[in-house]
Design a protein around this ligand. Structure first.
Ligand code: NAD
Ligand code: 2YH
Length: 279
């Protein structure tokens, strides 16, 4: 699994604010409003304890600070422990944390110490980025003149999923639940075969001519979006780092891209462990 770097997080605060604006424009709901609708949960003054973890690759500059920024930006109270690891966990509990956030090289989790709920970054990230595409009301795509290989226009409920790993799989499950017509691609053809035999999805052929208004991407590689699949105004929702599409292609096709390195997934994790609300 690719580790985040402090460079990845350098512009995280602006990216979170900009993406929240775009998500609101696309779905009619702010990011926290969307999370509330998806999880049917809401915060109620929980204190978030963030524990720096030294295991494996060690502490990543700005990682804990980015989590604290996210919590505070969405109106929550939180703190970063002075101690790390187990001593940090003890400190967080003694200081009254209701929810713990912590990550090593393999997993980034949230745990609610009051209700016992636990959430995982890869699952919650895949889910929220997929929900954004499912709920995008106006993709802005111009599909009237652009035909697919089979002569049909790209459908508003068709989505291309690129990268079928630990983030891509919960995303495609979300698309299927959301009634989307899902096409999949991964460089690992065994992975594609395993997914196609397990889920009601179709293989995407990069050499074919099919185009998409909605594209989800979760790979650790740049430039993974084939130009052939783009339409004017295609919408890409991608947690993948680095970005899957060049500035040149974004400009050429007027593509809009939802992408941010940590905060969107973190908010999704927090809503995943809040208490349920009625209505
Ligand atoms: P993973 O290793 O489980 O899955 C990645 C998948 O992408 C694999 O199946 C791999 O075969 C495939 N792949 C690699 N190169 C490809 C290419 N060129 N074209 C098509 N498929 C390709 O990784 P993951 O945990 O699912 O994470 C995916 C990406 O999402 C990573 O970059 C990770 O850092 C990032 N991520 C971002 C956030 C966020 O909040 N933005 C959160 C979690 C993960
Ligand atoms: O970057 C990672 C892992 N790839 C999981 C994240 C999923 N997006 N972990 C972060 C490690 C943080 C570090 N231990 C710290 O600063 O506490």
């Amino acid at each position: 699994m690719a580790l985040l770097t402090s460079e990845d997080l350098a512009n995280m605060t602006n990216a979170l604010i900009e993406n929240d604006r775009l998500i609101t424009e696309l779905t009619g709901l702010s990011l926290d409003g969307l999370c509330r609708e998806i999880y049917k949960t809401a915060p109620k003054n929980e204190k978030i304890g963030i524990i720096p973890i030294t295991a494996g690759g060690g502490i990543i500059g700005s990682f804990s600070e980015s989590l604290l920024f996210t919590a505070r930006h969405f109106g929550m109270d939180g703190f970063i422990t002075k101690n790390t690891d187990v001593a940090g966990y003890y400190e967080a509990v003694m200081k009254g944390a209701d929810i713990i956030l912590m990550a090593d090289d393999l997993a980034y989790i949230a745990q609610n110490l009051r209700n016992g709920k636990i959430s995982h970054n890869q699952i919650c990230t895949g889910r929220i980025y997929a929900e954004i595409l499912c709920r995008a009301k106006n993709t802005g795509g111009k599909n009237t003149n652009d035909k697919n290989a089979d002569g049909k226009n790209a459908g508003d409920n068709e989505v291309l999923v690129i990268g079928l790993g630990k983030v891509g799989t919960p995303a495609l499950e979300t698309f299927i639940k959301g009634g989307q017509d899902v096409y999949v691609f991964d460089v690992d053809s065994n992975r594609v075969d395993a997914i196609v035999s397990k889920y009601p999805v179709k293989k995407y052929d990069p050499n074919g001519g099919k185009t998409f208004l909605k594209i989800f991407e979760a790979t650790p590689c740049a430039d993974t979006i084939p130009e052939k699949c783009l339409l004017r105004g295609s919408l890409i929702s991608t947690p993948g780092i680095p970005c899957c599409i060049s500035d040149e292609l974004i400009e050429k096709y007027g593509v809009r891209v939802v992408q941010e390195p940590l905060g969107i997934g973190t908010l999704s994790m927090l809503y995943g462990v809040f208490d349920e609300v009625k209505g």
